[in-house]
Ligand binder design. Structure first.
Ligand SMILES: [Zn+2]
Length: 298
């Protein structure tokens, strides 16, 4: 089971969330439902009325919200919950927290998401964040332009800890619950029960992830309007899951959904959600296993 977020960090998270004005119902009003199929991979569908507001809020893309937060944190140190000036990311609460402690790591240098033009930069960045996560109890999630990211022009990661989900359920689910794996190449595997193109890397080898993202864009980027392959990254107890998308979606599913937390926009959608309807929706945006040769990109 997932160990909790480090106590001092969680205390600062609450102080910062109070400062921002995030009410506790933001993360306590969640309703969940288990969506089980045949295999070991199953989903937890959830809805949260507070979080719905996020989707209704009109975003003004002319001003970068993340730059605003960076500026605010310089005036109000309370927003910085890690308090390490040399750390390349500001760690601050998510304004619409899915769960207690949900935070964002905002790159202190403004650059587009998953910019892999600088050699080794992504690998170094991931290593820094994985180490930070080991130290503090967070897991790292990354959406990209065209797959779940709403602010793709400014690099940021989502930091979450699932204890509230898994402890309520009593068993691991999604990527964390998977037990049946197949090796693609040495050090990279896939889930037997997840029928879409994906790869699972070892946390200790982020250089392989950078290589894969680079190859993915070289081989398939030309098929997308913006020359990049939308993809998601989710850290779990079984490694680092990367899932590319075949369709560019400005809003839609991201790392949390493919890792097993299936977001439903409201209670009605939650009621209707089934394992097969969720997989059908995933099938519209993800490559089927035989539609992409993942091995050739490793
Ligand atoms: Zn920005």
């Amino acid at each position: 089971m997932t160990s909790p977020i480090r106590k001092d960090i969680l205390k600062r998270w609450h102080d910062a969330a109070d400062f921002i004005g995030t009410p506790s119902e933001a993360y306590s009003l969640r309703k969940t439902k288990v969506l089980k199929g045949k295999g070991d991979y199953f989903l937890i569908a959830y809805s949260n009325p507070y979080r719905q507001k996020r989707y209704q809020a009109s975003s003004n893309l002319e001003d970068c919200v993340l730059c605003e937060v960076l500026n605010r944190s310089k005036e109000n140190n309370i927003l910085d919950i890690f308090k390490d000036e040399k750390f390349p990311f500001l760690i601050t609460p998510n304004i619409y927290p899915l769960i207690e402690g949900a935070s964002i790591a905002i790159s202190k240098i403004k650059k587009p998401m998953f910019d892999v033009k600088t050699p080794n930069n992504l690998a170094n960045e991931l290593e820094t964040l994985f180490n930070f996560g080991d130290e503090t109890g967070f897991r790292i999630y990354h959406n990209s332009f065209g797959m779940g990211a709403t602010i793709p022009e400014h690099e940021h990661y989502h930091l979450l800890n699932f204890s509230p989900f898994t402890n309520g359920l009593g068993e691991e689910f999604g990527f964390d619950g998977a037990r049946d794996f197949l090796e693609i190449v040495l050090g990279v595997k896939k889930m037997a029960g997840f029928p879409f193109a994906h790869a699972i890397f070892e946390q200790k080898d982020p250089a392989k992830i950078e290589y894969f993202i680079r190859k993915l864009n070289e081989a398939h980027g030309r098929n997308y309007e913006f020359g990049r392959v939308p993809n998601s990254l989710a850290q779990g107890q079984n490694g680092i899951l990367i899932v590319p998308a075949k369709k560019f979606m400005k809003k839609g599913r991201g790392a949390g959904d493919v890792a097993g937390r299936w977001y439903c926009v409201d209670e009605d959608a939650l009621e209707k959600a089934t394992f097969s309807s969720a997989f059908e929706e995933l099938g519209e945006i993800l490559f089927k296993e035989d539609e992409m040769n993942v091995k050739s990109l490793l």
